[in-house]
Design a protein around this ligand. Structure first.
Ligand code: SF4
Length: 281
């Protein structure tokens, strides 16, 4: 079994274990109405309904037909927004090259159903040797259009959050737990996360940051492998495979709850992240 398949199987096992912990005993394709109890008809969302993106939910775009996809299909592996490895030195060049390999492996991915409605894969961007990786939930409409993570209103606020602790956006790395936009900005489903998570994990290992910042409940739950209450867990250091992980609020949550307390909380969390990253230098 290839490393990629092994990672996918491991991610699926973790997802199923998390579902069992939540009392879900069946996950699978949507069944015809009436053929199963309502609770088992749709795969469970990866998280409870804590909205994390501010955009009004637009109508889900129609899935592209197989014929349309085939007629328009062409290998689409867009250039990464990363420096050319040839212009980087040593470690940074190696990490950039590894990220490019991971992106090439992802290809024009059809591993989960989100491929049917996305416009572009949003792989991630930033410094391949970044001290910190910010992990969000999934691309929204602006990101789907541009192919870049966090470019809408929430993205602007994230850039300000990053600047508030003295980094520029290009000093860090930003990505999501799923690389394709869930239609209507719904939460990504467990099986979608499970298929995409190996690529996120490879990105994190390639960058080898001093800290990972998970933005909101879905990203935190995904990397910790269990459902979490972000309001309780934020600000407390966690661990993902030996990496320090700081859960904090998603910037979209801050846009909806622009209170002094919420801003102070994120500021405190990011100051702790900055201190940890500086200590590793
Ligand atoms: S979300 Fe991830 S696994 Fe699903 S199609 Fe997009 S890139 Fe592939």
């Amino acid at each position: 079994m290839s490393d990629e398949r092994r990672e996918i199987v491991a991610a699926l096992r973790r997802a199923v274990a998390a579902l069992r912990d939540e009392g879900v005993d069946w996950v699978g394709p949507r069944l015809p109405a009436g053929s199963a109890p309502a609770a088992t008809q749709a795969p469970a969302a990866v998280v409870a309904a804590e909205p994390t993106r501010p955009e009004a939910a637009p109508a889900a775009p129609a899935a592209r037909s197989t014929a349309a996809r085939e007629s328009s299909w062409q290998p689409r592996v867009p250039a990464l927004d990363l420096p050319d490895p040839a212009t980087l030195e040593g470690d940074a060049a190696a990490r950039a090259a590894r990220l490019a390999e991971i992106r090439a492996d992802l290809g024009d991915c059809t591993r989960c159903g989100l491929c049917e409605t996305r416009d572009q894969i949003v792989f991630g961007e930033g410094d391949p040797a970044a001290p910190v990786v910010f992990v969000g939930e999934g691309p929204g409409a602006d990101e789907d259009r541009s192919g870049r993570p966090f470019v809408g209103r929430a993205g602007e606020l994230l850039s300000k959050m990053i600047a508030a602790v003295g980094w520029r956006r290009e000093d860090v790395y930003i990505c999501n737990i799923v690389k394709c936009r869930p239609p209507g900005n719904r939460d990504p489903r467990l099986e979608e996360v499970a298929m995409c998570q190996p690529f996120l994990e490879q990105q994190l290992r390639a960058i080898d940051p001093a800290a990972i910042v998970t933005l909101g409940k879905p990203a935190t739950s995904t990397l910790l492998g269990r459902p979490v209450a972000i309001t309780k867990l934020r600000g407390q250091w966690q661990e993902w495979n030996g990496y320090a992980l700081m859960p904090t609020f998603h910037p979209a949550y801050l846009l909806r709850n622009y209170t002094r307390e919420a801003r102070q909380a994120v500021w405190d969390d990011l100051k702790a992240v900055r201190a940890r990253a500086d200590a590793r230098r």
